[in-house]
Design a protein around this ligand. Structure first.
Ligand code: PHE
Ligand code: ZN
Length: 845
C-alpha cells in the first residue's frame, strides 16, 4: 500500500550505522505460504552508539523476538521495528513468517515455478527478516535451509547437509543485499576452475529438469570470465564453489549474490536451436558482469545506494572490456554507442534525467538506470583515457588494496586515481554530479600551415542540474590528408573550458578532422563533418561508422522534412563499404544499420520540429527500399558468400557472417517478396537464421504460415515463445501494432506475472515507435491499462515500464494530451506503489 507521503532520501543525510554486526545465523524452514525464518544476530555498539535499535522489516509476521535470551516486545511498523538494546554487545534472535508463494513482486523470498529463490538487491532482504538492510552493514552469514527440496543453496561454501537440511557458510563479510537462497528440484552442469594461486573451484550451473542441454555455453563463459579477471585485473575467485541458478521469473537480467549468482533464465540458457547470436553474446556478457561483481561490488561494495554507479559503472566497463577482448573491439564499441543513444540519451534529455550519482530518490529500484549503468561505464572509460592505461591499472590496483572489505563512495574511487596519478579530479567529478548530455560544437580554421580546432561545450540546465558547469571532455581526434592518409594520428584533447582552441602546425594543406574517435566521451557532437570523405577513408572504425550513421540520419531527416529522395552520396559510400570484402562482415552489417525511429524523433525535436511518427516510419521504409535497389546486383552474392557451413559456433566470426547475410536477406526481401526468406526459414538450423527469416516474412506480409509453424515447433520453450510474442508486435504495421499486442495479451500463453512475457508484448509495443505513437492513441491507453493491472503485483517491473512515456514532450499537443491522460489515469489508481508513483510523478512534471 502507498505510504501517506512518499519520503525522499538524500545523499547528504547519510549517517553510519551505530552497531557492528559481528555475525548472522539464519535458519529457513521452507513452506510455500508459511516459511519460517529464524535469525540469530550478534550486534556490538560502535563508540557513541545511542538510543534504540531500528531494524528494517516489511511484510513480515513477527513470531518472537529475544535479546540475550529474554523475550522483548519491539515496536513494529510497516517499515520495521524499534527495540531498546543494551549498551554492550548482545544477541538478537527473531522468528518471522513469510509467504513466498504470495510474493509476486519477485523481491525477497519467492516461488518461481515451484522453486524457491531470493532477490535482495536493493532492499529486498527486509522482506525476509528484520535486519539493518543497508549496504554499509557487512557481516559473515551462516545459513541453514530446511525442506524436502532436492537442492538447497545459499552463499559461500557448503558446511554440511543431511536428510532435509543443508548448511552454508560465507566467510566473506557482505551486505544483506548479496544474500541468496535457492531451493528446488534442480539439475547442475558442473565444471571446474583452478585459480592462479591454486584454489580448486567447483562451478555449477543449476537449471530446472529439461534445461540441462542449455547450460554448456554459460559454464564456458564463466570459465573465460574467471581467467580474464585474473589476467587483466589480477583478481582471483575466493570460495570453493561458484553457483549459477536460472530462474524463470526475475525482474532484471541477473544478480551477483556472493558465490550464488541468480539469473533470469533468458540471461543464461542457450542453445543454437533456441538462441540467436545476439542472445549468446548477451549471455556471455552478463555471466562476465555478475562474475566481475565478485570484486567490484562484493569484496568492495557501496556505502549507500547513491553510490550504485561505483559498482555498476565499473562492472559494466569491465564486462565491455571482456567482450572487446573475446570478440571484436570496434563492433562492441559501436553496439554500445547505439545502445547508449537508444536508452541513456533519452533519459538524460528528458524528465527522468539524473546524475550518474543521484542525490535523492524515493525508491532506489527506480535508479537502476541506463545513466547509472551505461553512462557510469562511459565515465570510467573517460577516466582511463585521460590518465592512460598504465595509470588506470595502477589506480585500480590501489583501489583493491586500499578498500578490500569496505563499503565505499565515489570519493574513495576518485581519490585512488588522484593518489596514483597526482591529478586533480575535482572538475572531472562533475561527470558524477551533473545530469544531461553535453553538446560539443566544432569550429575550424586553417592559415599558414596551421590548423586550429575550437571546441565549445554546453550543457542544458535541468531540474537536477540548474546551473551546469564545464566538464572535462576527452576528445579523441585525428587529422586526415586529402588523399586519406593520416597526417595526425589519434590524440586525446582535454576540453576543460566552455570554449577552447587547439592548434596543429606544419601542415601542407587543410586537413580533414576525424572527430570524437572511438566515441571518447558521451556527448552529442554538432559538427558538419565531411562524412562522405570519412566514410571512405577514416582509419578509426568508430568514426567511420559514425560517418555512415550521420549521413543516413541527415538523409532521412531531409526525407521526413521535405520528402526528398535518399542522398546519393550516402548510398554510394555505403555500397562501397558493404562490398568491401576486406572488412569484417559484422562491421559491414553494422554499417547498414539505420538510426532508430526514436532517435530520428529526438533529432527532429531538438531542431524545433514536431516529429510525425508515421512520416518517420515511412522515410525509414523508403530508405530500406532504396538501399535494396541500389545494392540489388550484390545482395544475392554477398548473401551466398556469407553462409556458414559446418557446425554452428556462437563466436564473433560466425555471428558476423550471419549478421551480414541476414542484413542482405532483409534487403532482398524488399525485392523478392520473401521468396528467399521462405527458403531460409525452411532450411534454418539455428535460431539466428530462423528468427531473421521469420521477421522478413512478416514484413513481406507472408508470415502467417511461418508464425503458426514456429509456434507449433516451440510451444514448449518459454524463451523462444517470448521471441514469437515480441516479433509479431515489433514487425506489425503501425496501425496494427497495438491491436496485435492486445490480441497477444489474450493468448493462453500470455502470463503477465512473468516479467519476460510481459515485456515481450508490452515492451515490444513501446519499442515500435510508430505503433506506440500511432495517432489513434490506442497504444497509450493499452499500456496504461496493463501498468495499472501489473502494479499491485509487481511494482518494480511496472515502474520500469513507465519509462516508455519519458519522451512524451517531443510530440504534438494532441499526443501529449493523450499521454498525459494515460499518466494521470495511472497516478489516480488507489494504492499505487511507491515505485510507480515516483516514476509517474517525475515523468509528468
Ligand atoms: N545488481 C544487478 C546487476 O547489475 C542488477 C539487479 C539489480 C538485479 C536489482 C536485481 C535487482 O548485475
Ligand atoms: Zn551489475
Amino acid at each position: 500500500m502507498r505510504d501517506a507521503a512518499p519520503q525522499t532520501i538524500y545523499l547528504k543525510d547519510y549517517e553510519p550505522f551505530g552497531w557492528e554486526v559481528e555475525d548472522v545465523h539464519l535458519t529457513f524452514r521452507l513452506a510455500p505460504n508459511t516459511t519460517r525464518v529464524i535469525s540469530r544476530i550478534r550486534f556490538a555498539p560502535k563508540p557513541g552508539a545511542r538510543g534504540p535499535l531500528f531494524l528494517h522489516g516489511e511484510a513480515l509476521k513477527l513470531i518472537s523476538a529475544r535479546i540475550d535470551g529474554s523475550d522483548v516486545t519491539p515496536e513494529v511498523t510497516p517499515q520495521g521495528l524499534t527495540v531498546a538494546v543494551p549498551g554492550a554487545p548482545f544477541t538478537w534472535e527473531a522468528e518471522v513468517e513469510i509467504d513466498p508463494e504470495g510474493n509476486t513482486a519477485l523481491e525477497g523470498l519467492y516461488l518461481s515455478n515451484g522453486m524457491y529463490c531470493t532477490q535482495c538487491e536493493a532492499e529486498g532482504f527486509r522482506k525476509i527478516t528484520y535486519y539493518p538492510d543497508r549496504p554499509d552493514v557487512m557481516s559473515v552469514f551462516t545459513v541453514r535451509v530446511e525442506g524436502n527440496e532436492l537442492v538447497k543453496l545459499s552463499n559461500g561454501n557448503p558446511a554440511g547437509s543431511g536428510a532435509g537440511w543443508a548448511e552454508w557458510h560465507d566467510p566473506w563479510p557482505k551486505p544483506a543485499y548479496l544474500f541468496a537462497l535457492v531451493a528446488g528440484d534442480l539439475r547442475a552442469t558442473t565444471g571446474q576452475f583452478t585459480t592462479a594461486s591454486g584454489r580448486d573451484v567447483e562451478l555449477n550451473v543449476w537449471v530446472r529438469p529439461g534445461d540441462e542441454g542449455k547450460t554448456a555455453f554459460a559454464l564456458e563463459a564463466l570459465i573465460k570470465s574467471m581467467a580474464w579477471d585474473e589476467k587483466v585485473y589480477g583478481r582471483e575467485y575466493d570460495l570453493d564453489v561458484f553457483n549459477i541458478v536460472a530462474v524463470d521469473d526475475f525482474n532484471m537480467g541477473a544478480m551477483e549474490n556472493k558465490g550464488l549468482n541468480i539469473f533470469n533464465s533468458s540471461a543464461v540458457l542457450a542453445s543454437p536451436e533456441t538462441s540467436t547470436d545476439a542472445n549468446f553474446e548477451r549471455i556471455e556478457a552478463i555471466i562476465a558482469h555478475e562474475y566481475f561483481h565478485n570484486w567490484t561490488g562484493n569484496r568492495i561494495t557501496c556505502r549507500d545506494w547513491f553510490q550504485l554507479c561505483l559498482k555498476e559503472g565499473l562492472t559494466v566497463f569491465r564486462d565491455a572490456q571482456f567482450t572487446s577482448d573475446m570478440r571484436s573491439a570496434p563492433v562492441k564499441r559501436i553496439t554500445d554507442v547505439i545502445d547508449l543513444r537508444a536508452r541513456q540519451f533519452p533519459e538524460d534529455q528528458g524528465p527522468l534525467a539524473h546524475p550518474v550519482r543521484p542525490e535523492s530518490f524515493q525508491e532506489i529500484n527506480n535508479f537502476y538506470t541506463a545513466t547509472v549503468y551505461e553512462k557510469g561505464a562511459e565515465v570510467i572509460g573517460m577516466l582511463k583515457r585521460l590518465v592512460g592505461d598504465q595509470a588506470y591499472d595502477k589506480a585500480v590496483s590501489l583501489y583493491f588494496d586500499r578498500h578490500d572489505g569496505q563499503a565505499c563512495t565515489i570519493e574513495d574511487w576518485l581519490t585512488v586515481f588522484e593518489d596514483a596519478t597526482g591529478r586533480d579530479l575535482s572538475q572531472f567529478k562533475r561527470w558524477y554530479s551533473q545530469a544531461g548530455t553535453p553538446r560539443v560544437t566544432v569550429e575550424e580554421g586553417f592559415a599558414d600551415g596551421t590548423y586550429t580546432l575550437t571546441l565549445v561545450q554546453s550543457l542544458a540546465p535541468s531540474a537536477t542540474t540548474p546551473d551546469p558547469q564545464p566538464q572535462v571532455i576527452p576528445f579523441a581526434m585525428g587529422l586526415l590528408g586529402r588523399d586519406g592518409s593520416e597526417v595526425v594520428g589519434t590524440q586525446v584533447l582535454e576540453l576543460t573550458e566552455a570554449r577552447q582552441s587547439f592548434t596543429f602546425g606544419g601542415l601542407a594543406e587543410q586537413p580533414v578532422l576525424s572527430p570524437l574517435r572511438g566515441f571518447s566521451a558521451p556527448v552529442i557532437l554538432d559538427y558538419a563533418a565531411d562524412n562522405a570523405f570519412l566514410l571512405a577513408h577514416d582509419t578509426d572504425p568508430f568514426t567511420r561508422w559514425e560517418a555512415a550513421r550521420t549521413l543516413a540520419k541527415s538523409s532521412l531527416l531531409t526525407t521526413i522534412r521535405h520528402g526528398a529522395a535518399p542522398d546519393q552520396g550516402y548510398l554510394e559510400g555505403i555500397a562501397a563499404v558493404v562490398r568491401d570484402a576486406a572488412l569484417d562482415p559484422a562491421y559491414r552489417a553494422l554499417m547498414l544499420g539505420l538510426p532508430s525511429q526514436s532517435e530520428l524523433a529526438a533529432a527532429l525535436h531538438h531542431s524545433g520540429d514536431i516529429p510525425d511518427p508515421q512520416a518517420i516510419y515511412d522515410a525509414v521504409k523508403a530508405m530500406g527500399r532504396t538501399l535494396a535497389d541500389h545494392l540489388s546486383d550484390d545482395l544475392r552474392d554477398i548473401y551466398t558468400a556469407h553462409q556458414v557451413d559446418g557446425p554452428y559456433a556462437p563466436d564473433a566470426e560466425q555471428a558476423g557472417k550471419r549478421a551480414l547475410a541476414n542484413a542482405m536477406l532483409s534487403l532482398l526481401t524488399k525485392l523478392d517478396d520473401g521468396a528467399q526468406a521462405q527458403i531460409q526459414y525452411d532450411n534454418a538450423t539455428n535460431m539466428t537464421e530462423q528468427l531473421a527469416a521469420l521477421a522478413c516474412l512478416i514484413r513481406a506480409d507472408k508470415g502467417e504460415d511461418a508464425l503458426a509453424d514456429f509456434a507449433a515447433q516451440w510451444s514448449g520453450d518459454r524463451l523462444v515463445m517470448d521471441k514469437w510474442f515480441s516479433l509479431q508486435v515489433l514487425e506489425a504495421k503501425p496501425d496494427n501494432a497495438a491491436a496485435t499486442a492486445e490480441d497477444l495479451t489474450e493468448h493462453p500463453d500470455f502470463n503477465y506475472k512473468n516479467p519476460n512475457r510481459f515485456r515481450s508484448v508490452l515492451g515490444a509495443l513501446a519499442m515500435h515507435h510508430a505503433g506506440f505513437h500511432h495517432e489513434s492513441g490506442y497504444a497509450y491507453g493499452l499500456m496504461a491499462d496493463w501498468l495499472i493491472r501489473l502494479d499491485p503485483l509487481n511494482p518494480q517491473t511496472t515502474a520500469r515500464m513507465c519509462t516508455v512515456f519519458q519522451t512524451w514532450k517531443r510530440y504534438d499537443p494532441v499526443r501529449q494530451e493523450m499521454i498525459a491522460a494515460a499518466l494521470d489515469r495511472i497516478a489516480a489508481e488507489p494504492g499505487l506503489s511507491r515505485d510507480t508513483t515516483e516514476m509517474i510523478t517525475r515523468i509528468r512534471q
